[in-house]
Design a protein around this ligand. Structure first.
Ligand code: FAD
Length: 316
């Protein structure tokens, strides 16, 4: 069975959920082999094995991670040449998409970004791709080279399948050209204890309707184990950090459940969340455009609705 390479998304060995999703998808296409770059492999190994990685190609140390993404693409291109995998899967994050694009160019392969479904088909790979900020979905197949596919977080439910995760240290030194930009400083984000916005299964977002008081939004999010997002109006007002903005000029999220609280549903906000599987809105204006998009709508004041919803979830 052909290998399927999965680029591991991790922070010092803590593997992000998106990688378990990619490993689950990889098993539909062939035999998953994880590609681990950076430090903390010992911490990552169990998770990679649990979600089905038969092999792990490992490059530890700063040789690759002290530079921006080019060395990662170079390493993957070398593995593609040596292993002839059936496909390469990466997370469709900003960084993942850049790695994928560079890899596709290096290997002369077709590239699909923002895939929301990936299946094996007729000896190849069939994808469903979300395009124009989620306004359309497109069925797409790579017809040249090794399919390089960037998959959106939450496109699959991670399924466990214990495997060996037999690791192989790869001797790799980036070319001088790949060392063009060096990371000089990294500032960790202040820990909120909540899941990462782009990979959370549930996102609760607040907008101008909060009037700047996000406490009911945060309490509801915490009851659900959700990430907190915000509309640009809320972010521009300084009520919530820019890193939490959902939308065309913010983050694109695609959770199982998105709850929009006090958000009108402007097209630029929709662009960041309309591929969510289930959408709920809480808005006191029953004509707010967000209600055109939702699966469930609550017409009411979020300061009344959210505390009740929080109590109900906590009591359940
Ligand atoms: P509003 O449109 O003011 O809506 C507030 C809503 O809250 C209303 O529907 C109101 O009925 C409701 N409400 C008020 N009080 C309550 C209450 N107590 N309880 C319940 N409901 C209440 N926006 C984004 O979000 N993300 C982007 O990435 C983005 N990018 C943009 C890029 C460009 C180029 C441009 C031009 C705009 C962009 N915008 C973006 C802005 C976008 O057009 C809207 O202005 C913005 O989304 C509005 O935010 P809002 O829904 O929070 O505010």
């Amino acid at each position: 069975m052909a290998e399927v390479l999965v680029l591991v998304d991790h922070v010092d060995g803590t593997v992000r959920k998106t990688t378990s999703e990619l490993l689950t998808i990889a098993r539909r296409l062939g035999e998953p082999s994880a590609v681990f770059i950076g430090s903390g492999f010992d911490a990552a190994k169990d998770t990679l094995a649990r979600f089905g990685a038969e092999k792990v190609y490992r490059v530890e140390g700063p040789e690759v991670t002290q530079y921006l993404v080019v060395p990662q693409a170079e390493l993957l291109a070398r593995l593609v040449e040596e292993k002839s995998p059936a496909a390469v899967l990466v997370s469709s994050s900003t960084e993942g998409k850049e790695v994928a694009a560079r890899l596709a160019i290096k290997t002369g392969s077709g590239l699909i970004t923002d895939a929301v479904d990936v299946q094996a088909a007729d000896g190849g790979v069939q994808t469903t791709q979300s395009v124009f900020a989620g306004s359309y979905t497109v069925e797409a197949t790579v017809t040249r080279g090794t399919p390089v596919i960037a998959v959106k977080p939450n496109s699959a439910t991670p399924e466990e399948a214990q495997a060996a995760a037999a690791d192989e240290a790869v001797d790799f030194t980036p070319s001088d050209a790949a060392k063009g930009a060096t990371i000089t400083d990294t500032k960790p984000k202040a820990a909120s204890g909540r899941p990462e916005l782009t990979e959370a299964a549930i996102v609760v977002s607040g907008g101008r309707g909060t009037g700047g008081d996000f406490s009911p939004v945060e309490a509801f999010a915490d009851a659900l184990g959700a990430a907190v997002g915000a509309s640009r109006a809320a972010v521009d007002a300084g009520w919530y950090p820019h890193s939490s903005q959902v939308g065309q000029t913010g983050k694109q999220v695609s959770p199982q459940l998105y709850v929009a609280c006090g958000i009108s549903g402007a097209i630029q906000h929709r662009a960041g969340m309309q591929t969510s599987k289930t959408i709920i809105a809480v808005n006191k204006d029953n004509e707010a455009p967000i209600f055109e998009l939702v699966d469930f709508g609550v017409v009411g004041d979020l300061f009344n609705v959210l505390p009740q919803a929080t109590d109900a979830v906590e009591a359940a």
